[in-house]
Write a protein that binds this ligand. Structure first.
Ligand code: PLP
Length: 810
């Protein structure tokens, strides 16, 4: 008893839905409110926040309205019994009578429930029992709750996915389409049509004028019940007590409980009242006397509350916001004190971080958090997984409070319009003195592109690439960039880019996703395989869930998945992309040598990292070209033994080494070490050497590349058939438009070919695979990047952050 009266202190803060908690924490939605009063909530530090979401519209009278407090106190003081079923509950009787009185329209009977979803369940049972018919028509985009029946009525499939068979008997029709409605009535002879007068959770969508009246007429014509689900729109939210009219069955919940009780009501007219339902349907917590006393208080207060001025003020203010920030706000909608701000969809051009948030369905949450953190204003996204912020303050809100609300939202819109994404990073505490490192979180599944057929697992290979692909990060100080790097490293694989459509030389098209992780190679090395391999497996699972038929492994995701072996059997065909990488690197090297008048047969050639997956394939390709001598340099920690098997099958003189000392004898070097550092920097390199650097991070540093007597090119780059194609600002690694990594190119080629086989897996990839993908490349118009590029040089010359910003702005 005494313990319950103390302040709550959880001995284990991982007991209450820890998975959701981690996600909310990532979005900085983990605030604790210690006091609520009117339109304000107060946190533990006493900071005041203006409540613009009112518990998803459930708080009509605000927090702890004095009349509600008085009703509860009076009931408790008088020791009124709250739960007395099946005996008479006088407050429930009084509330039922008042509800049917204020609702009017012939509604005459009522049953109480404890949530919106339960109210919908009651309505489904009632109309089926009454009409003896099964089918219930409902609108696409609708939301009616998350219990099994309500989920079936809900016109947004994703809410029901993963929970087994959906209850049968529901037919979904486009919202607002009278023609479709008329045909469905004729085809199905339904028991009822269930509609929200304004669709709330899907993003506040109003039907076209006349739609509800037509729906009413069709219900009458076919003897079906019109169920209006006013769980969100009812009880004053849209400026009237109820947003619709003419219901046979009217559903209310949310606001009815005064913000302190779960309470809903299913009202019906005598025509649809059913005695079988009446005797069979029940719910233990229904008819709660104290809750119903509060419900009566709510009705009483609402009848003396005029929200016409505040409602108009809010809608006008939202329209002004939209006009002022067209690059951030796509549209505003609403009625009365129910408003919606639809944010523009962020694609890769907004930078990787915002695009990542967008694809994971977290962008609107991040914006809401930013508004809260910066300006003490609370708005929240609707449930539809869209980009919509709901603005639904308590109905007692004042004009001044609405102004403060709009100003708080407007300030963040202004920042975002100026591409100042750092405001989001600061609000999420990803950077700054109070930064926090997020826990590993389970993210919701991104929305699927039905036309996407491949995914490519990518990661940054150098810290600078963060700014290349997210120009707004150029605003951060080096210290903040480091904070961000630590933050990003904790984020799991997520879709970051929905790629543009690539058209092959044959006319075939392909598109997919870049699924990326925020870890840098050194962070992967630091964490080790135990941590990284499971992350890659989840990345491939995500790609599979996104519909990818082919998944390419970029950069370190190849070695950390044991060259693809750890991710086989998860659904998609896997490719390491090594075959095309090796093929293109070899072709580029050969071409540069030939342009110098050098033939490989007359040269001493080296492959550094020869035991790596790409290195081994390049070695085989070089062997086939029969150079004068082939020097294979392997990893010092594994010795030359691991190179011997590779050397045996080659048809040219071979020398093995575990260090780079002998490289001075070679005129051509292909370097693919996977060491994660510039291993050639300490090597003796003779003047005139041609080096093809296939490694990411590079084996040859900028310092060595600046030597004028060397020719350094980046291997494994491909010119796409569409030379304007770009994958976000910076094109992943600072590549020019139309140029792409061979491993990504191979993934697209295999998707174009509709392959179901894995490619380039394991230690011993056959040369035939290289020939196969090189032939595919030829057929689809994927060519060797021309002229051969020195990427670091390209970046240093052309990729200063200002240039990138300019490019992003274009
Ligand atoms: N119906 C509508 C129109 C709603 O907006 C909601 C909730 O947002 C529900 C039903 C479900 O309500 P509850 O979450 O109380 O089950």
């Amino acid at each position: 008893m005494a313990r319950a009266l103390l302040k709550p202190r959880a001995v284990n803060d991982r007991a209450l839905n820890p998975t959701l908690k981690d996600l909310l924490t990532l979005c900085r939605m983990d605030r604790t409110w210690v006091r609520g009063e009117g339109a304000y909530l107060f946190d533990e530090k006493g900071r005041r926040f203006l409540d613009g979401y009112a518990q998803y519209g459930a708080l009509a009278l605000g927090h702890n309205h004095p009349a509600v407090v008085a009703a509860v106190s009076a009931a408790l003081e008088a020791k009124e019994p709250a739960m007395v079923q099946p005996y008479r509950a006088p407050w429930a009787e009084a509330l039922a009578a008042e509800l049917v009185r204020v609702a009017g329209g012939g509604l005459s009977h009522c049953v109480f429930t404890t949530s919106g979803a339960e109210t919908v369940e009651a309505a489904i049972k009632l109309v089926r029992a009454r009409t003896g018919r099964q089918v219930i028509l409902s609108a696409e985009g609708s939301f009616h709750g998350k219990t099994m029946g309500a989920l079936a009525a809900t016109g947004q499939r994703h809410h029901a996915e993963g929970f087994g068979p959906v209850a049968p008997g529901f037919v979904h029709l486009p919202f607002g389409d009278v023609g479709a409605l008329a045909s469905a009535f004729a085809a199905h002879a339904p028991a009822a049509l269930i509609l929200e007068p304004i669709q709330g959770e899907s993003g506040v969508h109003l039907p076209p004028p006349g739609y509800l009246a037509q729906a009413r007429a069709l219900c009458t014509q076919y003897g079906a019940a019109l169920i209006l689900d006013e769980v969100q729109t009812g009880l004053g939210r849209t400026g009237k007590l109820f947003a619709g009219e003419g219901a046979d069955v009217l559903l209310v919940a949310k606001a009815l409980g005064g913000g302190v009780f779960p309470l809903g009501a299913c009202l019906t007219n005598a025509k649809f009242w059913d005695e079988t339902f009446a005797l069979k349907h029940s719910s233990t917590f229904a008819n709660n006397n104290v809750a119903c006393r509060v419900g009566l208080t709510v009705l009483e207060q609402l009848q003396s509350l005029d929200t016409s001025l505040t409602g108009r003020h809010l809608q006008a203010g939202l329209a002004t916001l939209a006009a002022r920030h067209p690059s951030v706000i796509a549209e505003v909608r609403g009625q009365g004190l129910l408003g919606a701000i639809e944010l523009r969809t962020m694609d890769a051009d907004a930078g990787m971080f915002r695009s990542y948030l967008q694809h994971q369905g977290l962008y609107a949450y991040a914006v809401a958090s930013t508004i809260a953190e910066r300006n003490g204003v609370l708005v929240l996204p609707t449930l539809g997984g869209s980009n919509v912020l709901r603005v639904a303050p308590p109905l007692i809100v004042t004009v001044e409070q609405i102004d403060a609300l709009l100003a708080g939202i407007g300030e963040v819109c202004e920042r975002l319009a100026r591409n100042e994404s750092d405001v989001i990073l600061r609000a999420l505490k990803a950077i700054g003195p109070d930064r926090v490192t997020p826990r590993a979180v389970r993210l919701p599944l991104p929305q699927k592109d039905p036309g996407g057929s491949f995914a490519f697992l990518a990661h940054y290979t150098r810290a600078e690439e963060r700014v290349l692909t997210d120009p707004s990060l150029a605003r951060l100080t080096p210290e903040e960039l480091e904070h961000y790097s630590a933050f990003a490293a904790e984020l799991p694989f997520g879709a970051t880019i929905r790629t543009p459509t690539l058209r092959s030389a044959t006319g075939a098209t392909v598109r997919g996703y870049i699924v990326s992780i925020g870890m840098l190679p050194e962070q992967m090395l630091h964490r080790g395989r135990k941590h990284v391999e499971p992350a890659i497996i989840r990345g491939v699972e995500l790609a599979h869930a996104l519909g990818a038929k082919v998944v390419g492994l970029g950069g370190f995701t190849t070695p950390y998945s044991r060259r693809g072996q750890a991710v086989l059997g998860l659904g998609p065909a896997i490719t390491t992309g090594n075959a095309l990488t090796a093929g293109m690197a070899f072709a580029a090297t050969k071409r540069v040598a030939e342009r110098r008048g050098l033939a490989l047969e007359e040269l001493e050639v080296a492959v550094v990292g020869a035991r790596g997956s790409v290195g081994a394939l390049v070695t085989k390709l070089m062997g086939r070209a029969r150079p004068k001598k082939l020097l294979l340099v392997g990893n010092p920690s594994s010795g030359t033994a691991s190179l011997e098997a590779l050397a045996n099958g080659l048809g040219c003189p071979v020398e093995l080494a575990t260090d780079t000392h002998r490289l001075h004898r070679c005129q051509v070097i292909v370097s693919a070490s996977g060491a994660g550092r510039p291993v050639l920097d300490t090597a003796p390199l003779r003047s005139g050497t041609i080096i093809c650097d296939v490694a990411r991070p590079f084996d040859v540093s900028a310092r060595v590349r600046s030597r004028r007597d060397l020719t350094v090119i980046d291997g494994g780059l491909v010119a796409l058939p569409d030379r304007s194609l770009r994958f976000g600002p910076g094109n992943l690694q600072g590549l020019p438009a139309g140029i792409q990594l061979a491993c990504l190119s191979e993934t697209m080629l295999l998707a174009l070919a509709g392959t179901t086989r894995h490619h380039g897996i394991g230690d011993d990839v056959a040369l035939a695979e290289v020939d196969e993908v090189m032939a595919l490349a030829d057929r689809h118009g994927f060519r060797l990047a021309e002229p051969p590029l020195d990427l670091l040089d390209v970046r240093f010359r052309a990729r200063r952050s200002e240039d990138i910003q300019l490019e992003a702005a274009r």
